[in-house]
Write a protein that binds this ligand. Structure first.
Ligand SMILES: [Zn+2]
Length: 91
């Protein structure tokens, strides 16, 4: 039931893990597990989970797409002005 809700939110707009966890009242770890599970089950419905990778706002560095948590620091410029990875569901 909760995953259905999650799917509905992410069909509407892209959201980062922190916002999802706040809306769901769940910890970040649990939220990530839910999201990974959702990603697998979406495939059967012809939908997919799209990950917009975290990026550094200072130098534009893009983190790997499989990093779902907000990184603390940019490996290239060492800056900490970072955009969180965001997720959405696409048909
Ligand atoms: Zn950077």
């Amino acid at each position: 039931m909760f995953r259905k809700q999650l799917r509905t939110w992410l069909l509407q707009r892209a959201m980062p893990l922190s916002e999802l966890s706040e809306m769901a009242g769940e910890g970040l770890k649990a939220m990530e597990a839910d999201l990974r599970h959702l990603a697998r089950s979406l495939k059967h419905e012809g939908l997919r989970l799209v990950v917009e990778p975290a990026t550094c706002r200072r130098c534009g560095f893009q983190f790997p797409r499989d990093k779902w948590h907000k990184p603390s620091r940019c490996p290239r410029c060492k800056g900490d002005w970072l955009d969180e990875p965001r997720f959405h569901v696409e048909r």
